[in-house]
Design a protein around this ligand. Structure first.
Ligand SMILES: [Zn+2]
Length: 218
């Protein structure tokens, strides 16, 4: 079941590993395949070893359907994001260096670049600390996520969502770039933030038009 989608999740895992947005078996990927079903990467298996059959199918309650692998230990985070964001179809949790620096400092990533505003919607908040893999972390992350498509988790990493796997991956790349740019701008005396109105206008344009062009629908 969902063979094509399982292959797409496994392929995205290899892309995530080569992108440098995570290391080893850290981070995880999910894809919503039905209103009450999602695919998620397995726990503790390297991305380079994951095959379509290793991707775990979860039902609406987050229980793993038949399969030989255990689901990612961060499944609560993924489920909470889908519940809070009905438009979300894919969630990627990353352990990147630059976004990780902001998460380590418990600091938000400011909106200094238009691409961040377009795809993610503005500055990215850092959730209060909670241990990895807990429901407490999932709830803290969703609270800090708000209307954005990305959130930082204190002393841990980041999570992003998109309407497709490719869009979620692009959001993860833009988040990492935004964190890198913000750190470099600090050396130059500090970046100049986009205003809330500018963030909103760019995000609305992206959602209503540009993302559809990228997917060939407009
Ligand atoms: Zn993690």
């Amino acid at each position: 079941m969902y063979k094509k989608e399982r292959r797409a999740v496994a392929a995205m895992g290899r892309q995530l590993l080569t992108s440098g947005l995570t290391a080893g078996t850290w981070g995880n990927i999910s894809l919503k395949v039905a209103p009450d079903a999602l695919l998620i990467t397995p726990s503790g298996l390297g991305y380079d070893k994951q095959q379509a059959e290793d991707i775990v199918l979860l039902n609406g309650e987050g229980e793993a359907m038949k399969g030989k692998r255990l689901p990612s230990s961060e499944k609560a985070l993924h489920i909470a994001i889908y519940k809070a964001c009905p438009q979300a179809r894919a969630v990627i949790h990353t352990h990147g260096v630059y976004s990780g620096a902001f998460a380590a400092a418990h600091m938000s990533i400011p909106a200094l670049t238009e691409d961040l505003a377009q795809v993610i919607g503005g500055p990215v908040n850092c959730a209060a600390y909670a241990p990895a893999g807990t429901e407490e972390l999932a709830q803290a992350a969703v609270k800090a996520l708000g209307e954005r498509r990305a959130v930082l988790m204190a002393n841990h990493g980041a999570a992003v969502w998109g309407t497709t796997l490719e869009q979620a991956f692009m959001a993860a790349q833009l988040l990492e770039k935004a964190a890198h740019v913000a750190l470099l701008a600090q050396i130059l005396g500090g970046g100049k933030k986009l205003t809330a109105a500018q963030n909103k206008a760019m995000h609305v344009f992206y959602e209503e038009h540009y993302s559809k062009r990228q997917e060939g629908e407009e």
